[in-house]
Design a protein around this ligand. Structure first.
Ligand code: GLY
Length: 364
């Protein structure tokens, strides 16, 4: 017995020692990160003197303007971001968000959205929600009036219905025509026939390549409180029930009110596989600037991309952008592929600025 047990005890001691060493390693890392955070915190403006700033994806110019105005009028920083993205959710001409968003492969519009409130570190989200054009508002109610974080599909719709949201057909005529054309030309081996060119609306032809689109909006107020929201109709013509990164806290958006926020637009699967937004905020906690944290995430994602999603030079053949705000108000948008731009409103006004890119598209 003794002879059999002794090696086991020895192994247990060895494992305990290993665990101790690993724990010591992670404690060193945590204390280095806390040291970096303490150094950043020491240099912050006084409450009331933080630079008020709202950033968004490039389709969010008016969203940043509205959110900024509301913050200046005293609105909560998350309420302001939500009011901003509601403009785009309501807009039938933005085919990547809310009403007018492109549908799934069955021709049904399914929306994803999440909100995260920095000051209380709470979040709410909905996924694969049909018939409700403002999923960001439903996500906020999930945050405030349930003990949950994420509701999906029929459950999310029942919850929205209970709160009095109006159900409507979100598929516009333009979105239906684009879906129909995609369906007709998808497969040579079925009974749909592609229409001749002269019968095709030029607007429809623009969508020959499957678009991803979304709006992310993030803000910091004068107290230094940070919040953000992401809302989308997701990947056009996705499988029914597909959920992207936008409603997944940590992937499509994340806020740590002591550090900053990150949110994203582009290929959601890449963010789900890399838990990008919370990882980027972690990099800022460890002392990286918003730009450096975002670029580091893009490099990691590029390195993790499978060959079928790479071009002949081994670079991702999809796009992805991060929008980051640090606690001191510094900000950046970083994209896999440039040139790209993002929207911003602050004391200097409302404008587009250039994103920093990892790769540049060849000029046409
Ligand atoms: N990032 C939006 C989506 O992939 O659904």
């Amino acid at each position: 017995m003794t002879q059999i047990n002794e090696p086991a005890v020895g192994r247990r001691r060895f494992l305990t020692g290993m665990t101790g060493a690993l724990a010591a390693g992670s404690m060193i890392q945590v204390s280095a990160e806390n040291g970096a955070l303490a150094a950043q915190s020491a240099k912050l403006p006084k409450p009331g003197e933080f630079p008020v700033r709202v950033i968004a994806s490039d389709n969010g110019l008016e969203a940043t303007r509205r959110a900024y105005d509301l913050i200046q009028q005293g609105a909560d920083v998350l309420d302001a971001c939500i009011a901003g993205v509601n403009i785009v959710e309501d807009d039938p001409n933005d085919m990547t968000v809310g009403y007018g968003g492109l549908p799934n492969e069955d021709g049904v519009v399914e929306l994803d959205a999440a909100v995260m409130h920095g000051p209380t570190h709470r979040a709410g989200s909905v996924a694969a929600l049909q018939k409700i054009k403002n999923p960001s508002k439903v996500a906020k109610l999930v945050m405030e009036q349930t003990d949950h974080v994420l509701l999906v599909g029929e459950g999310a719709l029942k919850f929205a219905r209970a709160h009095g949201f109006k159900e409507e057909d979100l598929l516009t005529e333009k979105a239906r025509k684009i879906w129909l054309y995609w369906r007709q030309k998808r497969d040579q081996d079925d009974d749909w026939i592609e229409p001749p060119d002269e019968l095709l609306d030029p607007e429809v032809k623009k969508y020959f390549k499957r678009p991803t689109g979304t709006i992310h909006c993030a803000a910091i107020d004068a107290r230094g409180d940070i919040s953000c929201t992401t809302t989308t109709s997701g990947l056009a013509f996705k499988l029914a029930g597909r959920v992207g990164d936008s409603p997944i806290v940590g992937a499509g958006l994340y806020v740590d009110n002591a550090v900053g926020s990150c949110g994203s637009t582009g290929r959601g699967e890449a963010n789900l596989l890399n838990l990008s937004s919370s990882t980027a905020v972690g990099l800022m906690r460890a002392g990286r600037s918003p730009k450096d944290a975002g670029l580091e995430m893009l490099r990691r994602i590029a390195a993790n991309t499978v060959p079928r999603l790479c071009d002949k030079d081994g670079r991702p053949n999809y796009d992805l952008t991060f929008y980051l705000i640090a606690k001191n108000g510094d900000y950046a948008a970083v994209s896999l592929w440039g040139p790209a731009k993002f929207a911003i409103t602050d004391a200097k006004g409302t404008r587009h600025e250039a994103s920093v890119s990892l790769y540049e598209r060849a000029a046409k």
